[in-house]
Design a protein around this ligand. Structure first.
Ligand code: ZN
Length: 453
């Protein structure tokens, strides 16, 4: 069985692995796991516009771990380049993916213009590709022409999975992105089954997260301070999962009277549509959340919450009296409505920008987070006078202790761990721990490395 690290090696994003396995009759089955967009300073890095390092038409199957764009963003391009095999993911991932891809298509169109390239794909490529996509349940054994795959709950976002692939009498687990348990809404990350090989993500391979209680208190503090200074609290947030987590916690804080009355705006059409999908999959939430819903609480809605879907509705936020809270995408300020709010409020010392998610190297969010005195937004130089705050406990990614705990139970049978999807320092820190504490052979592959399993 041959494993190739096309993307996600040495970087967090652009996840794309190739697996080639022999099946009965001597045939080879070619599988990809994830086919994501490489992101960094820009929504799409230049690399995305290069041809695939393999023949898309020769790929038989694609397995998708979850619907984040750095795991699915190049699927329509793969389809456009000749892929006609089958795509498998969980049902929520299937539903989310179409919305996520359509949303990105607008941004990608502009990115293509910027780098002087043709757009990666169009909305009609997405629609055509979705016909080849089949939703499966967790633990349903999926047959890939003689190779077997099983999806397990990764607890990262709704529908997220880690996947165990069995071929040639060996097993390999692709972690996808692993959740930061306990997650407030969705069920927690499942135990890893016994496996010969494992690819483990390392976004936060060198960090220890704050606990959930601190996180909620910090959100409470940020809102109280904003209410006192009569400013605007900007929260750039990923439309999926992070926005719903914030809604869930704001729902609790509001209904328990722990924060002053402020108007909260969800200013992201994508987030609004994704929140609707959450209502369809309520069986996948924690017991506590299911009980709250049964008790009549709409966990993602509360008094003072406004969903501003249209541009006109969005514009009313500017005139709305302070204090107010604006939650908008994109999560790293690559584009989206958050840019309009940042341009307007970053120079206001009464306001605050609160980061609740990973900020990629070079992104506008990362510049602000690292203390830039002024930033460029839509061609305009904007001084940063608003307070800058960060809550790392919101991460949807497991931190170092959680990653180690996840892999520990299967350490005896593991032949090798590949540490992927991290920046250099994070992957190295995790690899060292895996070797030292768990006595497992761990290596950090480089882009396009090939290994025989
Ligand atoms: Zn993810």
């Amino acid at each position: 069985m041959k494993l190739t690290f096309y993307g996600g090696a040495g970087v967090v994003t652009g996840v794309n692995y190739g697996l080639e396995a022999a099946v009965d009759g001597g045939k080879k089955v070619k599988i990809l796991v994830d086919c994501g967009l490489q992101q960094g300073g820009n929504f799409a890095e230049k690399k995305n516009f290069e041809p695939f390092p393999y023949d898309p038409a020769a790929v038989d199957f694609v397995l998708i771990t979850h619907a984040h764009i750095d795991h699915i963003g190049l699927l329509p391009k793969l389809f456009k380049a000749g892929f006609r095999g089958k795509i498998f993911s969980t049902h929520p991932t299937h539903d989310f993916a179409e919305l996520m891809l359509l949303d990105s298509e607008h941004i990608l169109y502009r990115e293509a213009e910027r780098v002087g390239k043709d757009p990666l794909y169009s909305a009609s490529d997405i629609a055509a590709m979705m016909k080849f996509w089949e939703g499966v349940n967790y633990h349903q054994i999926v047959d890939l022409g003689g190779v077997k795959a099983e999806f397990y709950n990764a607890g990262h976002i709704l529908g997220s999975a880690f996947i165990r692939v069995t071929a040639e009498g060996k097993t390999v687990v692709f972690s996808g992105d692993l959740g930061n348990y306990p997650a407030p809404i969705i069920k927690t990350t499942e135990k890893i089954p016994p496996t010969d090989y494992c690819l483990i993500e390392s976004t936060y391979g060198d960090r220890v997260h704050e606990n959930v209680d601190t996180r909620r208190e910090e959100l409470e503090d940020a809102i109280e301070e904003t209410a006192k200074s009569k400013g605007t609290l900007l929260i750039p947030a990923f439309a999926m999962e992070r926005t719903q987590q914030l809604l869930f916690e704001l729902n609790e804080l509001t209904e328990n009277g722990r924060i002053p009355k402020v108007q909260v705006y969800i200013d992201s059409p994508l987030a609004i549509h994704l929140t609707e999908i959450y209502k369809k999959y309520r069986g996948q939430f924690t017991d506590e959340v299911e009980a709250m819903i049964k008790g009549g609480d709409d966990i993602l809605d509360f008094p003072g919450l406004h969903f501003t879907l249209t541009t006109e509705e969005s514009k009313t936020i500017n005139e709305a009296p302070t204090p107010k809270v604006v939650i908008a995408g994109s999560g790293m300020s690559h584009g989206g409505r958050i840019l309009h709010h940042e341009r307007r409020y970053l120079s206001d010392p009464k306001s605050m920008i609160l980061f609740v998610g990973y900020q990629g190297k070079g992104s506008l969010g990362r510049q602000i987070l690292e203390g830039a005195r002024e930033v460029k937004i839509m061609g305009e130089t904007v001084p940063v006078r608003a307070r800058v705050r960060v809550i790392s406990g919101y991460s949807a990614h497991a931190d170092q202790p959680r990653l180690l705990d996840w892999i520990r139970p299967v350490r005896m049978g593991l032949k090798k761990v590949f540490v992927v999807q991290g920046e250099d320092g994070a992957s190295e820190a995790l690899a060292i721990k895996i070797k030292d504490e768990l006595a497992i052979h761990a290596e950090i592959p480089e882009a396009n490395d090939e290994v025989e399993l």
